[in-house]
Design a protein around this ligand. Structure first.
Ligand code: NAD
Length: 321
């Protein structure tokens, strides 16, 4: 089913394919449409009926908002996409970790890549399916594209949650806070406290100046809250999709509109911190071709130890597959 609505003159032709039209995929399509980031969006799902339903539903808002052509389709319709977003795979339950879904979701994404690769012509592949670090690594290996062309949303969502929890703790607007979470998008994520700033000054200095108690106790409390946030949402409503859809739009906007932002996303490391052949989140410059450069921050000893723990945890999981 193809829908061409409100054919405003579009001077930029940009195509985004989304594979997996469940909660996450369809919310991403909706958010992309609202932000008018693509001239064409294709939704592909093993459940064709469901993809068609999502397309119809999203399309009904287009006359009042946006100018995107949105349609459901098959893998051949993904040809010539500027961006391919993979969200196929089941969501986790509140009592399991993302890594516990690895076998199941890797099998699903393998199927997706087997079908997609025959039609792949160009474009960045963005992974959202969990466990995102391992799936990013495997897709990068299977597709064998230049480093950074396949990358995953990784810790961008955790970083965004971190900034939001910090803003609440400090009673400030999120805009004045800079935060960073690196490593695994999951249990071993690492808040990089040495890089947290409030309007440019280190958080410790700010808390000192305004007499806010800020010790290891507060740090641990904040870090735990951020780590548990996905689980908290899932135990309340059974899934998470709005937050990640916003993050995906932010990344898509940067890529397609060449904004060159820095975000903590996951890609296959090539010797950063001595790590090879493993995808982990690091602050990365996002450009037209995906991850264009990873930034190697100076971590303190404790942060470095936690980074090694994240590395070991993923290596063990990969070995066990
Ligand atoms: P969902 O169950 O609503 O949707 C999954 C979709 O994948 C379904 O429509 C299903 O039909 C489709 N699918 C299954 N097998 C397929 C196949 N072989 N080919 C094509 N499509 C197939 O789940 P959801 O809530 O949309 O979550 C999707 C994924 O996104 C999960 O792995 C979830 O953990 C992940 N997620 C990641 C983040 C993040 O920060 N990276 C955040 C939220 C969710």
């Amino acid at each position: 089913m193809v829908c061409k609505t409100n054919p405003k003159d579009r001077n930029i032709k940009r195509k985004i394919s989304i594979i997996g039209a469940g909660y996450v995929g369809s919310t991403i399509a909706y958010a992309l449409m609202m932000k008018e980031l693509a001239s064409e969006i294709v939704l592909i799902d093993i459940n064709k009926k469901s993809a068609k339903g999502e397309v119809l539903d999203i399309r009904h808002g287009i006359p009042y908002m946006g100018s995107t052509t949105i349609h459901d389709g098959d893998y051949e319709d993904s040809k010539n996409s500027d961006l391919i977003i993979i969200t196929a795979g089941r969501n986790r339950k509140s009592n399991e970790t993302r890594l516990e879904m690895v076998e199941e979701n890797l099998k699903i994404v393998r199927e997706v890549i087997d079908k997609l690769s025959g039609y792949y012509t160009k474009g960045v592949i963005m992974i959202v399916s969990n466990p995102v670090d391992i799936i990013t690594l495997k897709v990068a290996q299977w597709m064998d594209l230049p480093n950074g062309t396949v990358f995953g949303t990784g810790c961008i969502l955790d970083t965004s949650r971190f900034v939001s929890v910090l803003a609440e703790f400090l009673g400030l607007n999120i805009e004045v806070i800079n935060g960073l979470i690196v490593g695994e998008h999951g249990e071993s994520q690492i808040p990089v406290w040495t890089k947290v700033t409030v309007e440019g000054r280190p958080i410790e200095q700010y808390c000192d100046a305004v007499s806010i108690k800020f010790t290891e106790v507060e740090k641990n409390m904040i870090a735990q809250k951020v780590k548990q946030m996905g689980t908290e949402i899932i135990s309340n409503k059974g899934k998470t999709h709005y937050g990640i859809a916003t993050c995906v739009c932010y990344l898509a906007d940067a890529m397609l509109n060449r904004k060159s932002i820095i975000a903590s996303v996951t890609s296959v490391l090539q010797g950063e911190y001595g790590v090879h052949d493993l995808a982990l989140s690091l602050p990365s410059i996002i450009g037209r071709n995906g991850v264009e450069k990873r930034i190697v921050e100076k971590l303190d000893n404790h942060e470095m130890q936690l980074f090694r723990d994240s590395e070991k945890r993923l290596l063990l999981t990969i070995k066990s597959i």
